[in-house]
Design a protein around this ligand. Sequence first.
Ligand code: ZN
Length: 448
Amino acid sequence: MTSTDQRLAPLDVNWEAVEEEASDWLRRYIAIDTTNPPGGEEAGAQLLAEFMRKEGIEPTFYDAGNDRISISARLPGTNSAGTKPLVLLSHIDVVPAEAEYWQEAPFSAALKDGVIWGRGALDMKGLGIMELLVFALLKRHKIQHQRDILYLAVADEEEGSRFGMSWLEEHQPELLRADAVINEGSFGFGDLLGKRGLIFGVGPSEKAPLWLRLRTKGRPGHGSIPHRKNAAVWLTRALGRICDAKQPAQLRPEMEVTVATLKEAGVLPADLDFKNPAVLAQAAESNDLFRALLSNTVTLTTLNAGRKHNVIPAHCEATLDCRLLPGEDVDAFLQDLRGIIDDDNVEIETVYRFDPLVSSMRNELVEHIEATIRHEVDGGVVLPMVSPGFTDSRIYRKHGVPCVGFTPVLLATDELGGVHGHDERISTENLKLGTRLLLDTVRRAAGV
Ligand SMILES: [Zn+2]
């Protein structure tokens, strides 16, 4: 047990006012379209800077060119020289939205019945604003903390971080010197597998991305005279084989921690034996989230083939979004994939790869989060899990800095579907809850 495993001294915070303030700033932030590509994060960074300056904090901008701007601000600790900073990380960019499928326009930031709608509400302008409020509350309430606290909001997370975190790694390496990082990577579940609960996911580890492009080049021709060198046929056959192939389910030590916690919380039956291969396979088969946590995944995301109804295309392309479990061997995975495709007419290009890291499922930050939930949420459960998505945490982890994905809001299953999907939204109640729990965690982690 750490010395901070106690209830912290209460603060005189008007949480209703914080909820309103967080809601106003999040709506302004969402209304700035930072769809990546192209990103255009500068306007988002300027909004964050406006907030900082209002609090008497001068931010620092980092310009990677072409309006790809990241921003940081620092709250000095009482022992800056003797400690490393705690980083509150977020990204400014968002993924594109297919507006025609949304109930509210994705950049309208509509507030209806206590819910804010818009692209980025969850991924991740919402957490960016909660972290901002925590930053401000620490200063307003003159809370003593030993470590510096670094607020860092970056560009280009959604397209591989070349103009964001990877650019900073190269040009501002001092930002990588940190004690620990709180970032996106895990949400809380108001219901999970059909069971209601107060389950706060934390992500001390994550899967790694491997983005591939498949290409076929064949012989063009008239649609009326089919031949055997049709690039579209080669590509679709390959894709059929890839999508039919089952990636085997495997129970890694990381997932054993998750399963044990779900059993303790009564979400999974105590006698369910995941070491039994049939049970494991059934779990991966029946639940999308479990499949993502138990196996490498290969997802077909784009197809580009042919221009005209009666013309055989000369070349075709598809992209695959593969996500690999911690510790997987990327080259061996690629070799397996080549075996599954089993056709030399299909060329595989690696668009982006990041070799999967193994991170401990326990670190000090996870312990601080557990203390926060124990003291602040009656009946709350902390669920350590490998994040199925990848985040900028991977760049800090590469430098040995422990990171935790922690967005402490409680979502229903259909709300989770908004991440990279349609109808992304967050309740103002969740903004308040998340800010309260983050403040408590940051006070513990920054050394009160
Ligand atoms: Zn994100």
